[in-house]
Design a binder for this molecule. Structure first.
Ligand SMILES: [Zn+2]
Length: 145
C-alpha cells in the first residue's frame, strides 16, 4: 500500500492520480474512476479510519476519576493552604493521599498517583506550617497570661 491510498478507491500521489483498482490514470480531482467507476478523492469516512482515540484514558491521566481518594486528597491539599481551615484539611489531605496511593498501588489502572503524592506532600507542608503557627500562637497566648 502506498502512502495516501484510500481503501477501495484511488491512490493519490504528488504528481498524478491512479486508480487503485485498475491503475488507470485519472483526471486531476476526479471523484470516480472513468474506467472502472471506483470512487476516489472522497475523504475516508469509514468508521475504522475515524480518529476516535481513547479520550477517556487521556483525561483519566489528568484527573483520576477512578481514584476519588487521591482526587479529593489533592483538593483538600489545595484548600489546606487557606488559613483557619488549613490544619484539618491538611490532615485530611495526608490521610486521603495515603489511601489514594494505596489504591493506586493495588490497582494501577485507577491512576491518581501524582494527585496522591501532591496531597501527601502539600498536606504535610500545610499541616506542619499551620501546626507550627498554631503552636506559636498558643505559646504567645500562654506567655502573655
Ligand atoms: Zn479504476
Amino acid at each position: 500500500m502506498h502512502a495516501g491510498a484510500i481503501p477501495g478507491g484511488c491512490m493519490t500521489t504528488t504528481s498524478s492520480m491512479n486508480c487503485s483498482r485498475c491503475q488507470q490514470q485519472l483526471p486531476l480531482g476526479a471523484a470516480f474512476c472513468p474506467a472502472c467507476g471506483a470512487s476516489c478523492g472522497a475523504p475516508p469516512t469509514s468508521p475504522t479510519a475515524s480518529p476516535s482515540r481513547t479520550d477517556s484514558d487521556a483525561t483519566g491521566g489528568l484527573i483520576p476519576y477512578k481514584n476519588p481518594k487521591a482526587l479529593w486528597g489533592y483538593y483538600c491539599a489545595i484548600f489546606s493552604l487557606l488559613p483557619i481551615a488549613g490544619l484539618p484539611l491538611g490532615i485530611i489531605a495526608i490521610v486521603l493521599g495515603f489511601l489514594g496511593l494505596r489504591d493506586y498501588r493495588r490497582e494501577p489502572h485507577r491512576r491518581g498517583a501524582a494527585h496522591a503524592w501532591i496531597a501527601l506532600i502539600l498536606g504535610s507542608v500545610t499541616t506542619i506550617g499551620w501546626g507550627t503557627a498554631l503552636a506559636m500562637m498558643v505559646t504567645a497566648m500562654m506567655g502573655s497570661m
